[in-house]
Ligand binder design. Structure first.
Ligand SMILES: [Zn+2]
Length: 307
């Protein structure tokens, strides 16, 4: 917290130096800073190049525990709109908003949907006495993604009212694709033979599983670091895979897959990737991969798990 305040003060000083004509902002377009990939992608779909959208966490990087540099802090203070997730991982944003004297326009994704708390499921590693936190992975269900796109569209239209009609049309087009995807998920679930999945991994998919009516077991809670998993957690998950005769377990992007490989070795099950969309690789980022693309890929993995 102290470090954040110091950083904010330094950033404010840097900013006032910039404002005194040391350097002018080169890009005339509104600067929209997005902390992580989902909202960056949504802004891109809605506003296109009408805004200068910047993703704060670099592609391919671990977004949990992100710590903005002085330059990044100055960029946020100089932005026209900050879009962050909210919740535990983004505590530094709350500090920034509170500490900062000047008004900073900001939208938190968790304020655009109804949140639920992270669950402590049977077998999951972690301290039982930990207070449950609101699950911040709100974008993982198509239904929520639609709400978020609509909410971000409102904020962008407020920022650029002269472009509102075009941006609302873009948002509507993207929402209709998300709605079609949502319908495809529901169709898969209507013919599902299994209704339980296992994450050999941390679990940032509460909203998706809730929407699909999927029960789950997982090694670790949503945003925990990939810590060593206890033998008891491992054997609990192996027992569930055997008992429920599950054909596979899930890992998420950037995982080392250690837990999944152990389970696969013990049970002969497969390992499937499910994108949480926290971030994408540099390659995917440069190729313009979207949240919708990744959710489409997820649908194929879910199909394998429930058929
Ligand atoms: Zn997370």
């Amino acid at each position: 917290m102290k470090r954040i305040i110091t950083l904010v003060l330094c950033a404010a000083l840097l900013l006032s130096a910039l404002a005194c004509g040391v350097s002018e902002r080169e890009d005339e377009r509104p600067l929209v800073v997005c902390t992580i990939f989902p909202q960056y992608d949504f802004v891109r779909q809605i506003a296109g190049d009408r805004v200068n959208a910047v993703m704060l966490c670099k592609p391919g990087s671990e977004v949990h525990g992100f710590d903005p540099s002085l330059q990044e802090m100055a960029m946020i203070l100089n932005s026209d709109l900050l879009i962050y997730v909210g919740g535990e991982t983004d505590e530094w944003v709350a500090d920034l908003l509170e500490t900062n004297g000047r008004h900073l326009s900001a939208v938190a994704l968790i304020d655009l949907v109804d949140t639920v708390d992270e669950e402590r499921k049977e077998g999951m590693q972690g301290k039982a006495e930990d207070e449950p936190e609101a699950d911040e992975h709100v974008w993982t269900s198509p239904e929520n993604a639609i709400r978020i796109v609509n909410g971000l569209c409102d904020a962008l239209c407020e920022l650029l009212p002269q472009e509102a009609d075009a941006m609302r049309a873009n948002a509507a087009a993207y929402v209709s694709k998300l709605a079609a995807l949502d319908e495809d998920y529901r169709a898969v679930m209507r013919s599902a033979k299994r209704h339980t999945v296992v994450f050999a991994e941390r679990f940032p998919f509460r909203y998706l599983c809730d929407e699909l009516g999927l029960d789950y077991y997982a090694a670790l809670p949503g945003c925990s670091s990939n810590e060593e998993v206890a033998l008891s957690t491992m054997s609990f998950l192996i027992d569930r895979v055997r008992e429920l005769k599950l054909p596979g377990v899930f890992v998420i992007e950037f995982s080392d897959g250690r837990i999944a490989l152990s389970i696969a070795e013990a049970t002969g099950c497969e390992v499937w990737l499910l994108h949480s969309c926290h971030n994408v690789s540099k390659e995917d980022f440069n190729a313009g991969v979207t949240v919708l693309d990744l959710m489409r890929q997820n649908l194929e993995s879910i199909k394998k798990a429930v058929e």
